[in-house]
Design a protein around this ligand. Sequence first.
Ligand code: ADP
Ligand code: MG
Length: 283
Amino acid sequence: MTPDLMEAGAAIRAAHAEKVAPGQARFVAAEPYFGQGVALYVEDITVSFDGFKALNKLNLTINVGELRCIIGPNGAGKTTMMDCITGKTRPDSGKVFFGSNIDLLRLKEQQVSQIGVGRKFQKPTVYEQLNVFENLELALKADRRVRASLFSRLSGAQLDRIGEVLTLIHLKDEAQRTAGLLSHGQKQWLEIGMLLMQDPKLLLLDEPVAGMTDEETERTAELFLSLEGQHSLVVVEHDMKFVEQLTEGRKKVTVLHEGSVLAEGLLADVQANDKVVEVYLGR
Ligand code: ADP
Ligand code: MG
């Protein structure tokens, strides 16, 4: 097919999809391309709220399989950055690419999640009345690529995947427990498990261990370390012990301040950086 024929075909399909479900056009995305080793590329994004720049020419590159911690004082723009990546907030300017080919700024929030970017908000949002297993089952069936109805039986492979995720999130023994009865930390794990059911390439986690006990925090670090490599993870967190555990003395961290990158490098170097000490860590 010649390029212009392909373009015409794409236009017809797009118009048809709009007719089928106005505003909710069936989303047929191109596959993200990770061959260049980049999972997420953010260039010079700026976001203003009434003239105040929550993000100011922010740059960030996350490699495929990388686990990156983002730290920085309250109001630095960490959550706003995640909002821009996930389509919740549109930056005034800049670029956000998933893989080397998907322009995330052209996608709606739901499309961003469908294409393989999972986001965990601070507050856990699980179905409290359903049990742990059912929560994972629902998350699996909500995945558009699976095309299963809510009432269809799970295939063997799907059952296996739920089992795997239950083990990963330390909830195998709680599979039949009502989600509402789980501890705060367990609910957070369940929500992460629900994200994993959709097999996201990139996971964005905003203060995932806030409110967790020390033991839960440690287990969460183990969980993230086990996901590293298979997924790229961007973890925003204040808990320095947790960040230390995640970086294992060899991974880069990024410090945000006033909407831009203040420092980037090994945790030890960043902790010794005078500017970082001044605005964030203190003496
Ligand atoms: P962080 O997550 O690093 O604590 P945020 O991204 O939440 O920081 O916020 C960055 C700055 O942008 C803060 O000063 C905050 O008050 C402001 N901000 C965030 N969202 C909005 C909004 N919707 N309207 C106005 N100001 C906002
Ligand atoms: Mg925040």
